[in-house]
Design a protein around this ligand. Sequence first.
Ligand SMILES: Nc1ncnc2c1ncn2[C@@H]1O[C@H](COP(=O)(O)OP(=O)(O)OP(=O)(O)O)[C@@H](O)[C@H]1O
Ligand SMILES: [Mg+2]
Length: 331
Amino acid sequence: MADAPFVSVSGLDIDLEVPGGRLHAVRDSSFDIALGETLCIVGESGSGKSMTALGLMGLLPSNAHRSARRLRVGNHDLLSLNRREMADLMGREMAMIFQEPMTSLNPCYTVGNQMSEMLIRHLRMGRRPALTLARDWLDRVGIPPTAGRLDQYPHQLSGGLRQRVMIAMMLMCSPKLIIADEPTTALDVTIQAQILHLLAGLQRELGITMIFITHDLGVVSRIADRVAVMYAGQIVEMGRTREILRDPQHPYTRGLLECVPAPGKTRPGAHLGTIPGTVPSLVGQLSGCGFAGRCPHAAVGCRGEIPALTVRADGRQVRCLFTPDALWSAA
Ligand SMILES: Nc1ncnc2c1ncn2[C@@H]1O[C@H](COP(=O)(O)OP(=O)(O)OP(=O)(O)O)[C@@H](O)[C@H]1O
Ligand SMILES: [Mg+2]
């Protein structure tokens, strides 16, 4: 029998109370992740990527309602944990790295103070060994101990250094799951590549399970074992990275891939694709496929029926009434 997945999410719904009614940020989302695996969640702005992450971590805003059939991480049933038990798991078992490290770093305390406090609280370490471990971790993420960084305040560090501090802080309590929500988006391209390399290296070395949120398909190809593509709050396609990038089966995934240059395929100066139209309103219920209004292949049936996420022969999950043969050959 195959090992149970390390993360198992089934039927996750996240609604937000907004002035116009109830906004369905995440609809019936289900995915499993094996221990040590990296799942990338991709999709355009507003598709529900961050809400999925925050819902899993129990960090949703106060206007949000979360429900799910199953929400498990390791041996923990997250649906049955109270706020205090959840806070206890955070940092120790699961940790989150945000796009902007200042979201998590306190501007009033030095880096050393914040890192050692984390170790004192979660691992019950004494102050001196905590500072030593913090220094070791800074070294591990490429910040030499000689630079006196432990005595600096977050604002004295560059964006790249702050993200390195954040990664050290999140990994030093040995979490088994990390969720990184666009951790490199705010950085310039060369620093982005360095941080990605660092994070992916540590994740592999430590055998951590990772959910990596991005809208950059280049990043996906470099670090993901599997990809979940989100559109308007729903997972529309999920499968192994190589297969999805080489042979997308959902028209939205195909549209996304046509928007980015393909190394070795896109000629210099060639026009890249765009996906015309806009995302449907997330307030209220969908009456058909959420992508139908923008899909070049949409048929009458697509507007009257919400397609289920179904498993295809190669294990790929796709939320579309049609198979690629029916779609691309007719195009
Ligand atoms: N606090 C909030 N109150 C009301 N609606 C919200 C709130 N936060 C997010 N939303 C809405 O929920 C939907 C999903 O948002 P989410 O932040 O998950 O998108 P995302 O895929 O992470 O986008 P991005 O790529 O821009 O980060 C969006 O329509 C967004 O406007
Ligand atoms: Mg987001």
